[in-house]
Design a protein around this ligand. Structure first.
Ligand code: HEM
Length: 301
């Protein structure tokens, strides 16, 4: 939500932070927002109970709390965004079928460098797909979907061998494991000469992921805002026990030969390869997706 709300910005247009919620009737019709209708609707119902908090503040605070609750880095939270006055225009959110040039241009227009886009994509370490292939909802983008780590950067470089669901869909490319999903956008950014060495740098030094992601997320949360008129309320973001993730590694069943190393400036780093039967990929625990007819769903109260 944080990205899909904030990226609806261009210097040529009025800023409209929080518009994803306030004008959800308009913005949830954008094809790129297909997978986030339930979180937006669920969170809007909560936000409405706190009229003193703007939608923009709500979205960015919720993102900071959610990331921390998943043992991601502590993102600074600035409070005081005014409420939006208009919906974001269509076609501002990158699409998984976009070319690298189109993605970089869109991000550049909103004030982000190619490196900052890759920093933000560390979020795909904790992400799943629901709407590209609806037959396999909650299929993650790496083998450690509940841990904020660098496995996403390793596994997007593995050779794709299969489609995990019912075949190919726009925005999808072949994945290396039957229970893992791969976006075309991630595949291309991992291999493009403009971004591949920076992509690899997360595998060369896994300690950079937290600080880089926190800095880029703070910038995302301030897009189009006057920081001087906001108040630093970062102390509101909970402190949780840090989890030390495993260093980047090649999952069992694959080897270095399966890595499509794409950085031409430096060799691919030496990382360990797990042995044993092919890594099995857990589905992340299902949150409240608003689908009340499925076993195990609970009311969100
Ligand atoms: C080139 C830019 C990006 C593209 C093309 C892209 C595309 C996508 C797509 C297609 C999905 C799956 C949606 C679904 O089927 O439910 C997804 C999931 C996700 N993305 Fe991105 N994304 C991009 C950048 C980002 C950024 C910058 C962030 C955060 C700062 C982000 C956070 C997430 C998260 C958290 C999910 C999982 C949502 C869930 O669990 O329901 N993405 N992304």
């Amino acid at each position: 939500m944080s990205f899909h709300d904030a990226i609806g910005f261009s210097p040529a247009l009025n800023k409209s932070d929080g518009s994803l919620m306030k004008f959800s009737d308009v913005e949830l019709e954008f094809p790129q927002n297909a997978g986030i209708d339930t979180p937006v609707i669920t969170n809007k119902a909560i936000a409405l109970r706190f009229p003193a908090i703007s939608y923009g503040d709500y979205i960015q605070f919720a993102a900071a709390v959610a990331i921390r609750n998943c043992a991601g880095p502590r993102i600074k939270f600035w409070h005081g965004r005014p409420d939006p006055t208009a919906a974001s225009p269509p076609d501002m959110i990158p699409d998984p079928s976009d070319s690298v040039t189109k993605m970089l241009d869109r991000m550049g227009d909103a004030g982000f460098t190619p490196e900052e886009l890759i920093d933000l994509l560390a979020s795909h370490s904790l992400a799943v797909q629901e709407d590209i292939d609806k037959t396999i909802p909650f299929t993650p983008f790496d083998s450690t979907p509940t841990v904020f780590d660098t496995q996403f950067f390793v596994e997007t470089l593995l050779e794709g061998t299969m489609f995990p669901g019912n075949g190919s869909h726009p925005g999808e490319v072949m994945s290396p494991f039957p229970d893992e999903f791969r976006l075309q956008s991630d595949f291309l950014l991992a291999r493009d000469s403009r971004t591949s060495c920076y992509w690899q740098s997360f595998i060369e030094d896994e300690s950079v992921i937290g600080p880089r992601f926190a800095k880029a997320m703070e910038k995302l949360s301030l897009v189009g805002q006057d920081k001087g008129s906001l108040v630093d309320c970062s102390h509101m973001v909970p402190d949780v026990v840090d989890i030390t993730p495993r260093p980047p590694h090649i999952p069992a069943g694959k080897s270095l030969d399966d890595i499509e190393a794409s950085c031409t400036e430096r060799p691919f780093p030496t990382i360990t390869t797990d042995s044993g039967p092919e890594t099995s990929i857990p589905k992340p625990p299902k949150g409240n997706d608003g689908d009340d007819d499925e076993e195990g769903d609970t009311e969100d109260d």
